[in-house]
Write a protein that binds this ligand. Structure first.
Ligand code: GTP
Ligand code: SPV
Ligand code: MN
Length: 599
């Protein structure tokens, strides 16, 4: 029975029922009793069933579940992701486009009767704290219990979301998902920004099916933000407090699998902890930002949990993320230790389980298997963990107002060009710094790994409209915020030496760079003006307690190689040319200025 009187919701759900023809319809109220019953149902499915989840060791991992997706369905599929705006120009040159009528016509037969013999779950959820002026409501219908259980962790799910929507509003995002036959040939992730609608079919993996996340909170929301004077960004949010100082909030945009979760939960090096520095996590993947009454830029994390990369997560690299996964967490495509029914992935520790189930489901000797160069966990295996589990979750996490932002940081994986850190000259130049971001591709999306591609603001896979207009929107936000706009920086933790090793230790030691950033915000730290922006003096990056890093190493990490930058500028020019008349004149001008400074 429907959980809302809202006729817009009920009419749409009725249409989806008529289309998909499920045997049953279950409205998700969010109650523990309902979640427990669904969990029982899904763990009791027969072995070999595609939808099956497994309960993990109740003592070591209470409330935790394990799931494997099909080997052809382990990451976002950018080549099958579409922005279906009426006009092609509104999707822009960086998105796949199809006219909405055409896409609806193509997909309708695929959805027709797809849920026969299945149950449709109607999932109401809020992105952002319920009742926050920055929050928005979505409704996802899906034939997957895995989706329901993940949405429960990642969003504020249940009847309360409908109360927040009210009985008459039409302002909710309609998400239709069916795993169908999980057929990669007929897999589509389609967004209709002008209809507030998302249609996803033939996948059962994370970013393709948890429609509140990338589909709504970035692709649809970025379009809404452009029209409503706010921003939806692929950014973590963290709070840093130095001893005796005020809490500073920093947002950082890095491409997928480039370190957002790690930076958001960083533990400062010993020397900093001894002095009393504190770090708090507000969000690890997405930020919604809006001008507040005080004229500053405020941010909320629209999510309620972390859908984090498992490999590489260890007590040493990210203690807080690991701690977040010790209860009520869902693990996807990691490996099992069959002896004690716990989970393992590459980088957790140096002891792969002997009696292991690898991510595709084969039982193997994990020690031998990994010695032969195989991976027990998929490189994009993930944990879905409740934010409240995080030991350093910010006390402001549920604050409906959000937090005021002092600095915005961009960054990616660059082996050579980008220095460890630099600051932009001003907001317009900072927008340009974001627009020229580039990074090596990772396992978070299907396709080749390790190729450098341009990825403005880490939004290439997530901008729901023409990216030229998106740059324009950034410039407009700068005008709106004026003097109170956050300072903009760029970082690169991934410079390598001639043997290809990372030079900078990264992880907790990134605090040393954040320290310079927050001092710059307070006007306390010095910098050198270079062709690309303000670069710190090597001596102003605190390296006390770092064994392998000398002042010379820092100097090396901070060099700006003009020849490399000239090559980069040429590549940027080519990239910008794609946008034609949609590239804002101010951004083109920034490139000309960079070229002049380099020559
Ligand atoms: P998405 O969830 O896909 O958006 O990824 P993310 O940006 O949150 O990336 P995450 O923090 O999960 O890190 C991805 C990978 O980068 C992991 O394997 C980390 O171990 C590695 N990593 C994170 N921070 C650093 C760093 O400072 N230095 C180095 N060398 N590696 C890092
Ligand atoms: C990313 O790829 O940036 C993620 C994981 O955060 S997914 O939800 O699959 O998009
Ligand atoms: Mn992400």
């Amino acid at each position: 029975m429907s959980l809302t009187k809202n006729p817009n919701v009920n009419k749409w759900v009725d249409e989806m029922i008529a289309l998909c023809k499920p045997d049953n319809v279950v409205w998700i109220d969010g109650s523990q009793a309902q979640l427990d019953a669904l969990t029982e149902e899904v763990v009791n499915l027969p072995e070999g069933s595609r939808d099956k989840l497994y309960k993990l060791n109740e003592e070591k991992l209470p409330g935790c579940l394990y799931h494997r997706t099909l080997p052809n369905d382990v990451a976002r599929v950018e080549d099958r992701t579409f922005i279906c705006s009426k006009e092609k120009i509104d999707a822009g040159p960086t998105n796949n486009w199809c006219a909405p009528d055409e896409m609806y016509a193509k997909l309708t037969p695929l959805y027709d009767g797809v849920m026969k013999g299945r149950t449709m779950y109607v999932i109401p959820y809020s992105m952002g704290p319920i009742g926050s002026p920055l929050a928005k409501v979505g409704v996802e219908v899906s034939d997957s219990i895995y989706v329901v259980l993940n949405m429960n962790i990642m969003t504020r799910m249940g009847a309360a979301a409908f109360e927040n929507l009210g009985d008459t509003s039409n302002d909710f995002v309609r998400g239709l998902h069916s795993k169908a036959d999980v057929d990669p040939e007929n897999r589509y992730i389609c967004h209709f920004p002008e209809d507030n609608t998302i249609w996803s079919i033939n996948s059962a993996y994370g970013g393709n099916v948890l429609l509140g996340k990338k589909c709504f909170a970035l692709r649809i929301a970025s379009y809404q933000g452009k029209n409503e004077q706010w921003m939806a960004e692929h950014m973590l949010i963290l709070g840093i407090k130095k001893p005796g100082g005020e809490m500073k909030y920093v947002c950082a945009a890095f491409p997928s699998a480039c370190g957002k979760t790690n930076l958001a939960m960083l533990i400062p090096p010993e020397g900093y902890r001894a002095k009393g520095y504190e770090v708090y996590t507000v969000g690890d993947d997405i930020a919604w930002l809006k001008k507040g009454e005080d004229g500053r830029l405020w941010a909320i994390n629209p999510e309620n949990g972390f859908f984090g990369v498992a490999p590489g997560t260890s007590e040493k690299t990210n203690y807080n993320a690991l701690a977040s996964t010790r209860k009520n967490t869902i693990f996807t495509n990691v490996s099992l230790n069959n002896d004690d029914n716990t989970v393992w992935w590459e980088g957790l520790d140096k002891n792969p389980p002997v009696n292991a189930t690898e991510w595709k489901g084969a039982i193997v000797n994990g020690v031998e298997y990994t010695k032969e160069g195989n991976k027990l966990a998929h490189p994009n295996s993930r944990f879905t963990a409740p934010a409240i589990n995080c030991p350093c979750i910010s006390p402001e996490f549920n604050n409906p107002k959000g937090v005021p932002i002092d600095a915005i940081v961009f960054g990616g994986r660059r082996a050579k060009t980008a220095p460890l850190v630099y600051q932009s000259f001003d907001w317009a130049h900072g927008t340009f710094v974001g627009a020229i971001m580039a990074s090596e591709t990772t396992a978070a999306a299907a396709g080749q790994v390790g190729v450098v591609r341009r990825d403005p603001m880490a939004m290439i896979p997530f901008c729901g409209y023409n990216m030229g207009d998106y740059f324009g929107h950034w410039l407009e936000m700068g005008d709106l915020l004026g003097e109170k706009a956050p300072k903009i920086f760029n970082v690169n933790w991934f410079r390598t030496d001639d043997e290809g090793h990372f030079i900078w230790p990264g992880f907790g030691d990134n605090m040393r760079v954040l320290d310079w950033i927050i001092e710059r915000c307070d006007g306390n730290a010095e910098a050198n003006e270079t062709a690309i922006g303000y670069v710190p003096n090597a001596k102003d990056i605190d390296i006390e307690g770092l064994d392998d890093i000398t002042l010379e190493t820092v100097e090396d990490l901070l060099t700006v190689d003009k020849e490399l930058w000239k090559q980069d500028a040429a590549n940027i020019k080519e990239f910008f040319a794609k946008f034609g008349g949609k590239l804002p004149a101010k951004i083109a001008e920034q490139l000309e200025n960079l070229e002049k400074r380099l020559s």
